[in-house]
Design a protein around this ligand. Structure first.
Ligand SMILES: NC(=O)c1ccc[n+]([C@@H]2O[C@H](COP(=O)([O-])OP(=O)(O)OC[C@H]3O[C@@H](n4cnc5c(N)ncnc54)[C@H](O)[C@@H]3O)[C@@H](O)[C@H]2O)c1
Ligand SMILES: N[C@@H](CCC=O)C(=O)O
Length: 515
């Protein structure tokens, strides 16, 4: 028996002991800077000439490591190993597989400060955001382990006196897991273990900006008892390794989290039947968002402003759930706008290794340039109230930026910026606010701040997003509590951390025996 699931508590860094442990961990990991990390295929460590240089986004000259880069040949080798290993792994007792996840969770919990410190450096995460990422990785392990135990025997179906019927789930085969850099630990770990605890073998291609945490996770899985070849670590360019494996006839499913652009490309490529392919590839695609907070006229306006600022600028707005638009009732527009600006001006930006900074850098030069480009567009489309500047001399730092009076159809109201930029717009009533909130091609998260019960019920029905929150911000879903995933161009709504998630990595089999 396992104890019931509860989510991992967050670390309170105002406690002196925790603060010291975190500072110590940040110091200790410096000893690892500049290390080399190999690929892991069938347990074998493979070093390549060509390497990914991983840098600290707060300090471009701080090289965290050199990670071997896979190519088509190594991707093929990994595919063969995963394909072969599937023959045995699929038959392992689900309890054994779940046990690997529980042990891995315990290992990470014991080394939490070390992982947090690594996320501060590799992901540019402020302490609290790093700690939430580690906690979520633990949650996925604990939650999916328990879910597997729940579904392992299938679901009761009817039988008759002359026949015994059974319905249960079996694994699919080799899964390609492609993860993003923003939840470099949690999403990478969650999508990997969901794929493997269900009896599939995995090819893990993490984001090229953040591949080291994924190597460390492979080590944890090995220590927790994962057999060789079950999860194979093959970082490399998406355009080469990703494309090759998406199109591979032996790939049975793809679990992708990332941008709309790459996700839709994978969707198209995966739909093409390759020579020798015997199945329709399954795709689990979790993509971008253009998430809105709606503020009604009967609302706690301080809560509204706090929710907008926290959701827009937490982790520099680099969450698919981040608030990038606020639609505010015209009666309270000026009050909310002024308070949002006041709160934004209180935020500090700097190296997140220093606990006092609310916001760290954005992930790399490409992100920095793209966000600045949107800021220029914003200056044409609305009134810049605060921010609008950056400094990339040492790391990729941008000021939290607020635009007001933006047309609902403007580009900064429609396109995912994925940075610390929020646009405010006015609505004449609640009805219009919901219409504006629904006017993008995405449908990931949203929030409504109101004390009007009828309006909450109206939003429950009409605000078309996968994760809808009332009287709070629109980020920070918790595994097992708020299953996460979006509608429309936000993806396949697979609901990570939810009760239906694992089944998408399996297929139902009916067996009927005559008695
Ligand atoms: N819906 C969600 O749950 C969720 C969660 C986190 C991030 N996101 C989204 O992710 C995006 C940010 O992450 P990103 O910048 O890492 O996204 P991205 O699409 O650029 O990259 C995601 C992954 O895809 C790989 N990739 C790139 N080209 C590829 C190709 N041709 N074939 C296969 N793989 C390829 C990348 O190397 C990376 O591992 C944002 O749009 C954000 O909204 C969504
Ligand atoms: N699950 C996270 C977002 C993941 C995407 O970046 C949240 O709810 O804020």
């Amino acid at each position: 028996m396992v104890v019931p699931y509860t989510h991992e508590p967050f670390t309170d860094f105002s406690v002196e002991e925790n603060r010291k442990k975190m500072e110590e961990a940040l110091k200790n990991i410096e000893a690892e800077f500049g290390k080399e990390y190999p690929l892991v295929i069938g347990g074998e460590r493979i070093t390549t000439e060509d390497k990914i240089k991983v840098v600290n986004p707060s300090n471009k000259t701080e090289i965290l490591g050199y990670v071997s880069k896979s190519n088509k040949n190594l991707a093929e080798k990994a595919m063969q190993v995963a394909d072969e290993t599937f023959n045995t792994w699929r038959k392992t007792d689900p309890k054994f597989r779940a046990g690997v996840l529980f042990r891995a969770a315990a290992i990470i919990r014991r080394r939490k400060f070390e992982f947090n410190a690594h996320l501060v450096k590799e992901g540019g995460k402020p302490w609290k955001e790093a700690d939430a990422d580690t906690a979520e990785a633990i949650d996925f392990l604990e939650y999916y382990g328990r879910q597997m135990l729940k579904i392992k025997d299938g679901v009761e179906v009817n039988s008759r006196p002359i026949e015994h019927n059974q319905f249960h789930y079996i694994p699919l085969g080799v899964g390609l897991v492609i993860s993003p850099w923003n939840f470099l630990f949690a999403i990478m770990a969650g999508t990997t273990v969901a794929s493997m605890v269900t009896g599939n073998t995995v090819l893990l291609k993490p984001a090229s900006t953040t591949p080291i945490i994924a190597y460390k996770f492979i080590e944890v899985l090995e220590e927790a008892g994962m057999p060789k070849g079950v999860v194979n670590y093959i970082p490399g360019p998406g355009s080469e390794v990703g494309d090759y494996l998406v199109e591979h006839p032996r790939t049975r499913f793809i679990s992708f989290t990332g941008s709309r652009e790459v996700g839709t490309r994978i969707f198209e490529k995966a739909a093409v039947i390759q020579e020798g392919q015997k199945w329709l590839k399954r795709t689990i695609l979790e993509m971008g968002g253009k998430d809105t907070i709606v503020v009604d006229n009967e609302a706690d306006l301080e809560l509204a402003a706090q929710s907008i600022v926290q959701s827009a600028f937490g982790f520099s707005g680099q969450k698919c759930s981040a608030c990038s638009r606020a639609v505010i009732h015209e009666d309270v527009y000026d009050q909310v706008k002024d308070r949002v600006v006041e709160l934004t001006n209180e935020l500090t930006v700097g190296d997140p290794a220093d606990q006092n900074h609310f916001m760290g850098p954005v992930i790399d030069q490409a992100a920095y340039d793209k966000i600045l480009k949107y800021i220029e567009i914003g200056k044409e489309e609305g009134e810049l109230l605060t921010g609008g500047e950056g400094d990339d001399s040492k790391g990729w730092f941008l000021k939290p930026t607020v635009f007001a009076d933006v047309d609902p159809q403007a580009r900064i109201m429609q396109e995912e910026i994925f940075g610390p930029v929020v646009a405010l717009t006015k609505a004449k009533d609640f009805e219009e606010a919901i219409e504006i909130a629904n006017n993008t091609e995405y449908g990931l998260t949203g929030a409504v701040i109101t004390n009007n019960r009828e309006h909450l019920e109206q939003a429950r029905e009409d605000f078309h997003v996968g994760n809808l929150y009332f009287n709070r911000g629109c980020t920070a879903a918790i595994v097992g509590y708020q299953p996460f995933g979006g509608f429309n161009m936000s993806g396949t709504d697979s609901k990570a951390g939810g009760p239906d998630y694992l089944i998408q990595h399996m297929q139902g089999k009916t067996t009927s025996e005559m008695l």
